[in-house]
Design a protein around this ligand. Structure first.
Ligand code: ADP
Ligand code: ADP
Ligand code: ZN
Length: 220
């Protein structure tokens, strides 16, 4: 299996988490989802969770210093040694600069930043219908990827829930945050020559194939 060192970039609901989980099955890499790590910390009421919860609720970004520390620790865990898929990080220019420093210290570089592009209308539809398993984190969608039994995870029987920040008021706040603070990363990585753009509209399998084709093109 080939190793991978990539960032999945794109607005909330673009399908980053869905695709990161699929890529992890095909490549040697860990998935680093800052959103998942933060939500677990909130559920556990850990110090990190207490610090982050108000930001997440409002749809704001958690401060860079908190996030960078968390990612640096995660990347040093064993399962990230062969490679990593960053999903939801970096989200600001300072985070991208910190990532560069972290990787430099590890003697590594990014292979590619995969930008998954999806228009706002599609995003709202995807986020409003998103459901997540409380127990194993599996992703579902009420219309596009429903569980067999309503509100129950097919994989583990866990209960499916809607994220607090996937309600309509917070979705629009998160989209603004994306446009203002995260979208500038597109030019940042384009200038470094590692940005690859992928059309994120279509079914999950189509997009998976597009991502893999893009990664293969890079290798040749
Ligand atoms: P999505 O991919 O659906 O937009 P995430 O699960 O990645 O959502 O993130 C949920 C929330 O967690 C964000 O709205 C933000 O409050 C916080 N968060 C996640 N990743 C970061 C990050 N890299 N920097 C700052 N805040 C983050
Ligand atoms: P992100 O991590 O970028 O916020 P997710 O992977 O959580 O996005 O996907 C958001 C929602 O859209 C989930 O409910 C997921 O099941 C659904 N979804 C993901 N990819 C697609 C797709 N290609 N077509 C339709 N729905 C999708
Ligand atoms: Zn489950």
């Amino acid at each position: 299996m080939a190793s991978l060192r990539v960032v999945l970039l794109g607005p909330p609901g673009a399908g980053k988490g869905t695709q990161a989980k699929l890529l992890r099955e095909q490549f040697e890499a860990c998935q680093v989802s800052t959103g998942d790590i933060l939500r677990k910390a909130v559920a556990d009421q850990s110090p990190l969770g207490k610090e982050a919860s108000a930001f997440i609720k409002r749809g704001d970004l958690v401060p860079d210093s908190v996030i960078v520390k968390l990612v640096a620790e995660r990347l040093n865990e064993k399962d990230c040694a062969p490679g990593f898929i960053l999903d939801g990080f970096p989200r600001t220019i300072p985070q991208a600069q910190s990532l560069e420093e972290i990787l430099q210290k590890m003697g590594l570089g990014l292979q590619a930043v995969l930008l998954v592009q999806v228009p706002h209308t599609v995003i709202v539809e995807r986020l409003a219908g998103r459901r997540t398993c409380k127990n194993c984190g599996a992703l579902y969608h009420l219309n596009f990827n429903p569980s067999t039994k309503e509100s129950i995870c097919d994989r583990c029987g866990g209960e499916l829930q809607q994220r607090d920040d996937d309600r309509e008021e917070t979705i629009s706040a998160r989209l603004k945050v994306y446009d203002n603070q995260t979208a500038p990363l597109v030019d940042y990585y384009r200038q470094r020559g590692i940005l690859r753009e992928i059309d994120g509209v279509g079914n999950v399998e189509d997009i998976r194939h597009r991502l893999i084709k893009t990664l293969e093109d890079r290798a040749t």
